[in-house]
Ligand binder design. Structure first.
Ligand code: SF4
Length: 458
């Protein structure tokens, strides 16, 4: 006989405890141990008036946003529905069974107001880094940096050719934000190159084909991570251009040193960060060993001797060519004393024409040239150090560990479902990247310090 539920659904009173209904191993319960919003409340206090109608509790909104970013719920409308219906979400938000869930439009209003004015989301992210430091998850010895393209909420249909510029009727939050970052080295001032297309909906996003497939509008999320447990130490939104990503790397290193007093000894990165001036900045200004492949365009495709075939003698400041002859900057006495630093940042070393003319290696060395010349960057010392480091065991370890930042990007896109931004403008990208990095650090804390392991703080 087929059974039938006969229990009535309408009892007047329930004895119900949300606490008992959230499993001990639920992700939100594990994360909750590391969410301490006390300092956030204090941080926000100056931005709220003491009079008037009470506003929606900012802690509730932050907890809801954390659910959304930790569990890959990308729509705020859907997030509100889910929090309304899901017991674990209600428990995490301290809503009880009958607490009211704010309307999805509340997030947008607060984002454009108090949250951005107070830089709240950065403060929230930094609380997770502080917690990782307290729990001993940050080694502080080796960092890695990288950037990843995230599609912007913009498409080719609503774009104009880059050389035409934005139409006069384009007015929106995103357009106003675009105008404010035109002189920022992480956005408009990162390159003089005009993009092929400009999005009317989100002009600060960059038209890029860098992934090798179809081109699209994108922003870059930049991560600076500690290599011990891949804790994200800092995150920065930039336009999707290599120069902007290098600017972000500098800003993140400086900020990490200022905010947390953490100075890494080595930085692992790919060759996009291996330009001469960036290596010099790391070595001379920050005292960081660059475990970075040197960005070198001196290779020749016609089979003639490359710069690497010429040996540099530090002591005498000369290059020795494969024919055993010297290349110098100055052949005349006294010229060196009068010389000024080169405007383009490159010293020129030349061989004697007489010696080259009679050289048996001439055809391999300077076909069609008057005299052989070798260029040396004013930052070549830092490049030489990076080349020397590339032969060490520590460098091999760094190259392997560098993959940790790529794994974080894969996790960001596949698990947290951030393969496309929902918000527009540089501030929208910044908000989303900060929240995603906060979620990743919280998940890391929850994974490395499970409930049986006593947490140090909180
Ligand atoms: S051509 Fe000149 S620079 Fe080149 S190997 Fe011969 S002597 Fe040296």
């Amino acid at each position: 006989m087929m059974g039938e539920r006969t229990v009535m659904q309408e009892p007047l009173f329930y004895e119900f405890s949300l606490e008992r209904h959230v499993p001990a191993d639920h992700l939100l319960r594990r994360i909750d141990r590391f969410v301490d919003l006390t300092s956030i409340r204090e941080h926000l206090r100056p931005f709220y008036s003491d009079t008037g109608r009470p506003s929606i509790d900012p802690e509730l909104m932050i907890r809801m946003l954390l659910i959304g970013y930790c569990l890959g719920i990308r729509s705020e409308r859907r997030l509100c529905d889910e929090v309304h219906l899901n017991l674990a979400y209600r428990w995490f938000c301290r809503l009880g069974l009958d607490g009211a869930v704010p309307d999805h439009s509340t997030f947008s209003k607060n984002r454009h107001g108090r949250f951005r004015d107070s830089d709240l989301l950065r403060r929230l992210f930094e609380t997770t880094v502080e917690r990782c430091l307290v729990e001993g998850l940050v080694g502080g010895e080796g960092f890695a940096v990288d950037a990843s393209l995230i599609k912007a909420d913009a498409n080719r249909q609503r774009s104009v050719p880059g050389n035409e510029g934005l139409p006069a009727e384009a007015v929106s939050h995103a357009v106003r934000e675009y105008l404010t970052v035109l002189d920022d080295a992480a956005f408009g001032a990162s390159t003089p190159v005009v993009p092929k297309f400009i999005s009317v909906a989100d002009p600060a996003s960059r038209w890029t084909g860098a992934n090798g497939g179809l081109a699209f509008f994108a922003y870059s999320t930049n991560y600076l991570i500690d290599l011990k447990h891949a804790v994200i130490m800092d995150v920065e939104a930039t336009t999707s251009i290599r120069q902007a990503e290098v600017t972000a790397q500098r800003r993140m290193i400086e900020r990490t040193q200022e905010r947390f007093g953490v100075w890494p000894q080595r930085l692992a990165a790919d060759s996009a960060y291996g330009s001469a001036d960036n290596l010099a900045w790391l070595v001379h200004e920050r005292g960081i060993e660059p475990h970075i492949p040197v960005f070198d365009k001196s290779g020749r495709e016609n089979g003639t001797f490359e710069r690497s075939d010429f040996r540099y003698n530090h002591k005498r400041d000369v290059y020795i060519c494969p024919g055993g002859k010297e290349l110098r900057q100055y052949w005349q006495e006294g010229r060196a004393a009068k010389a000024r630093p080169p405007i383009d940042g490159l010293y020129r070393y030349r061989a004697r024409k007489l010696e080259c003319d009679s050289c048996s290696l001439r055809a391999q060395c300077r076909p069609g040239e008057q005299g052989r010349k070798v260029l040396r960057s004013i930052h070549e010392g830092a490049r030489d150090l990076a080349r020397e480091l590339s032969g060490t065991d520590a460098y091999v370890t760094s190259r392997r560990e560098r993959k940790k930042v790529e794994m974080l990007f894969a996790h960001l896109k596949r698990i947290l479902k951030m393969d496309r931004l929902r918000l527009r403008g540089p501030n929208g990208a910044k908000d989303e990247f900060l929240l995603a990095a906060t979620a990743q650090n919280l998940r890391k804390l929850a994974m490395l310090l499970p409930a049986g392991v006593p947490a140090t703080a909180g």
